[in-house]
Design a protein around this ligand. Structure first.
Ligand code: GAP
Length: 465
């Protein structure tokens, strides 16, 4: 993991936010290569969801929404973490984390005089009852200083209006999903969609996470790629299975090693307040198996709650059967930053080429920041001009990086390290027969190809199935 973090900083993928001021905890900025990779992943997901499905359309809702939205969604009351403070050192812990730590050390019975959640560390009511009068603080080690759990809402707040005290409190959305639900009726009325159909959205979300960390894995500002699929209630279970299958295949297509991916079904205690059934697609990160995407059967919870709170009827009329009902929702919720981290971790390799150490990022060509590095063997004799001309033709297909100086080996390695799939070298033979050397990042195979065939060759390679 340290090597990936260091590569990100060294080559300009990810920087700490406000670094010159000492940084801001768990907030990150994306540099030139990072934003290219992030945009490519977002476009890949958008294309997969909207272009390759004729029954999924897109929206882009605002981050700030009517405060009632979050009452209806259950986030004002339910999006909470029970926290425990140490009165001595002021450290703050998630009650779940303390229980997990002590359960692992088998010290639970000795330290608690309340009910211990039995495997259900996610059950908030149970968690709130636990007390630990004799427990030692994991941070300062003193005993008897841990408070009872207190509820802490994870939503970030701001104020709309001219004066802070009198202005309305609004929340920075903690999930993009609600922007889709409140636009559901608008989409039905304008986009000529019929059940089953989906609405996709990519956008920022914010959570005041208590234990963020692992670089960009869990942060307080992040992006989600969510798709809400509206179905007749009787078909929900079937669609949940279908979407688990489709989404699992998507990550394989994105080039993630299948043996590093698995599906995990939520236990009843793990289920979010809105879900009847849910699966996580998990990836084996260097810090363990962790959620990459959540796929949930949200039932009719959200549409019914918005009907109740807004007074607007959000039921659906099946024109053929003349049946009216509230659709169920199958949600696929993927983290954009987390997918980016997965691609970096999964693609990171080190090997030795011609006696020299090489770092390689095996990114799928479709998402690589640059598709090709274009080099002239030497800068003189018209080779640099030929390489520039070729690069201009290739730019119409995908981003390329031009480099005229240094040893060819070093130039290839600089491109390997940032995941560029192809290296193209213009040499003296190019002047004679208009061919160039094309080198593959992963197989290291080299072949000669006509310059004027390269844009078509590259375009064909970048078509996603
Ligand atoms: N709308 C459902 C929802 O938000 P979630 O499991 O809380 O479900 C879905 O989040 C995905 O969003 C996660 O699988 C993860 O990829 C991403 N995500 C959630 N919290 C995150 C955070 N603090 N930092 C980065 N990504 C996060």
């Amino acid at each position: 993991m340290d090597k990936v973090v260091s590569l990100c900083k060294r080559r300009g993928f990810v920087f700490q936010s406000s670094e010159i001021y000492g940084g801001l905890a768990s907030i990150w900025d994306y540099g030139p290569l990072g934003i290219a990779l992030k945009n490519n992943i977002a476009n890949y997901w958008w294309r997969e969801m909207t272009q390759l499905h004729d029954n999924i359309v897109g929206v882009d809702a605002a981050i700030l929404m009517h405060p009632q939205v979050w009452k209806a969604s259950g986030h004002v009351d339910g999006f909470v973490d029970p926290l425990v403070d140490c009165k001595q050192c002021k450290a703050r812990f998630k009650a779940q984390d303390l229980i997990k730590q002590w359960r692992a050390k088998k010290k639970l019975a000795a330290i608690s005089d309340g009910e211990i959640p039995d495997g259900g560390e996610g059950d908030i009511e149970q968690l709130m009852k636990v007390r630990w009068p004799e427990a030692a603080c994991p941070s300062c080690g003193t005993t008897g200083n841990l408070t009872a759990p207190r509820q802490f809402n994870l939503m970030l707040k701001t104020f709309l209006g001219p004066v802070e005290e009198s202005a309305a409190v609004v929340y920075l959305r903690p999930e993009t999903a609600q922007g889709i639900y409140v636009n559901y009726q608008n989409v039905v009325n304008t986009a000529r969609v019929k059940l089953p159909f989906g609405i996709a959205q990519i956008g920022k979300a914010f959570r005041n996470e208590i234990t963020p960390g692992n670089f960009i894995f869990r942060t307080r500002e992040f992006e989600q790629m969510e798709m809400q699929f509206f179905v007749p209630p009787a078909d929900a279970t079937e669609w949940l299975v279908k979407w688990c299958d489709k989404r699992f295949k998507y990550y394989k297509k994105l080039g993630i090693r299948p043996d590093k991916l698995r599906l995990h079904q939520h236990t009843p205690q793990e289920l979010a307040h809105y879900a009847a059934d849910a699966y996580d697609i998990e990836y084996e990160f260097p810090f363990g198996w962790q959620e990459l995407e959540g796929i949930h059967n949200r039932t009719d919870f959200d549409l019914k709650r918005h009907t109740e709170f807004s007074g607007k009827d959000l039921s659906y009329m099946n024109e053929e059967t003349k049946e009216r009902f509230v659709p169920y929702i199958i949600e696929t919720s993927s983290g954009l930053n987390r997918t980016l981290l997965t691609c970096l971790v999964d693609g990171y390799y080190e090997d030795t080429q011609d006696g020299e150490a090489r770092t390689v990022l095996r990114l799928a060509p479709e998402i690589a920041p640059f598709k090709a590095g274009v080099f002239s063997l030497v800068k003189k004799d018209g080779l640099a001009e030929l390489a520039d001309q070729l690069a201009n033709d290739l730019r119409k297909v995908g981003a390329v990086f031009v480099d005229h100086s240094g040893s060819i080996g070093r130039r290839y390695r600089r491109m390997d390290e940032i995941g560029t799939p192809w290296g193209i070298t213009v040499d003296y033979q190019t002047k004679e027969d208009q061919t160039v050397t094309l080198r593959d990042r992963d197989t290291l195979e080299q072949l000669r190809i006509k310059m004027n065939e390269l844009p078509g060759w590259m375009a064909a390679k970048l078509v996603v199935g």
